[in-house]
Write a protein that binds this ligand. Structure first.
Ligand code: CA
Length: 225
């Protein structure tokens, strides 16, 4: 398992690298945001330990770019910034854990083990829509905390529509996805899946745009309380 450490303080970066190597990982260390971005784009890493205050590109920007590309590797922010606002910004940008300096190396290693255990190598952020939650990694949907049983197709369709809430998806675009899922498509398959999703979740969740396609409005309405 390769772990990338991004830390602009040289002794600290080298210390973390040594510590994580002793914990059994193949740890690489880079000292600025731009080098981190290049490394992440060109080589596979299993996890990222990310400082926030970095030369060239900030840690938050590195993280946002990573998530915008759909990269799901676990990210642990390791920073001196300790206000609740900093922690919220880091987690909302897609971090999986947040540690404040000064820190303990064995705690860092334990947190990384926990992240890797939980993610199983994947850690896409959960999508929240009102009281509806969709967890792409676990392929799990809950409504007001209660699990909702969806077929694989229903899940994928909901994921697609929720991921682009506020935008109309044409039937052609949805069909492309259905074909990409790799099976025969009945002529009314999409209508059937939409019908099931409305029944299992709530009717106003998915709007039909006549002659065009389907849409999940940007803000939830008609959802059960
Ligand atoms: Ca720094």
């Amino acid at each position: 398992m390769r772990i990338l450490i991004v830390e602009d303080d040289r002794p600290l970066g080298e210390g973390i690298q040594m510590g994580l190597r002793q914990a059994g990982w193949q740890a690489e260390w880079v000292a600025d945001g731009e080098t981190a971005r290049d490394a992440l784009a060109s080589e596979p890493f299993g996890a990222l330990v990310l400082d926030l205050g970095l030369p060239r590109i900030s840690g938050l920007d590195v993280l946002r770019e990573l998530r915008a590309r759909g990269e799901t590797l676990p990210v642990l922010i390791l920073t001196a910034r300790d206000t609740p606002e900093d922690v919220v910004a880091g987690l909302d940008a897609g971090a999986d854990d947040y540690m404040v300096k000064p820190f303990n190396l064995s705690e860092l290693a334990a947190r990384l083990r926990a992240l890797l255990r939980r993610s199983g190598g994947r850690a896409a952020p959960e999508i929240a829509y009102g009281r509806l939650r969709l967890d792409p990694a676990a392929r799990r949907v809950t409504l007001a905390g209660d699990p909702v049983e969806l077929s694989a197709r229903e899940f994928d369709l909901l994921h697609e529509l929720l991921g682009q809430a506020g935008r109309v998806l044409t039937k052609a675009q949805i069909e492309e996805r259905l074909y990409a899922w790799g099976s025969e498509l009945e002529s009314n398959a999409i209508e059937v899946h939409i019908h099931h999703l409305r029944r299992k979740l709530w009717p106003e969740l998915i709007r039909t745009v006549r002659g065009v396609g389907y849409l999940i409005p940007e803000a939830p309405s008609g959802a059960p309380r």
